[in-house]
Design a protein around this ligand. Structure first.
Ligand code: SF4
Ligand code: F3S
Length: 103
């Protein structure tokens, strides 16, 4: 599962698609955690798609991660600023790849 303390335990290494990336990153095998308020561990996500289907405000967008061992696409929280903290995505992800921190 995603580490809910990732902000303390990881370093921000940059930005992709407008969201923060928390390392380590070493593509194509390692993409780190993407997003902060809504965070997706790209190295756990296996492209189930429930988060994209169920999010009431369309926070997530598919992005390509060719060659990643779990899946070739990932759910990027491109609109995390729209999140209403309903926690649906956290509940439906089968591999617990998502952390939402209402702060
Ligand atoms: Fe969307 Fe709700 Fe998840 Fe926020 S907590 S990203 S609103 S499903
Ligand atoms: Fe990935 Fe979980 Fe969404 S596997 S696509 S973060 S439901």
């Amino acid at each position: 599962a995603i580490d809910p303390q990732f902000e303390a335990n990881r370093e921000k290494v940059g930005e992709e698609n407008g969201v923060a990336v928390w390392g380590p990153v070493d593509p194509p095998e390692k993409h780190g955690i993407h997003g902060t308020h809504v965070a997706v561990d790209f190295d756990i996500c296996l492209a189930d798609g429930a988060c994209l289907e169920d999010c009431p405000v369309d926070v997530f967008t598919w992005v390509d991660t060719p060659g990643h061992p779990e899946s070739d696409i990932k759910a990027e929280p491109t609109h995390e600023d729209q999140c209403i903290d309903c926690m649906l995505c956290v509940d439906v992800c089968p591999v617990d790849a998502i952390d939402v921190d209402p702060g």
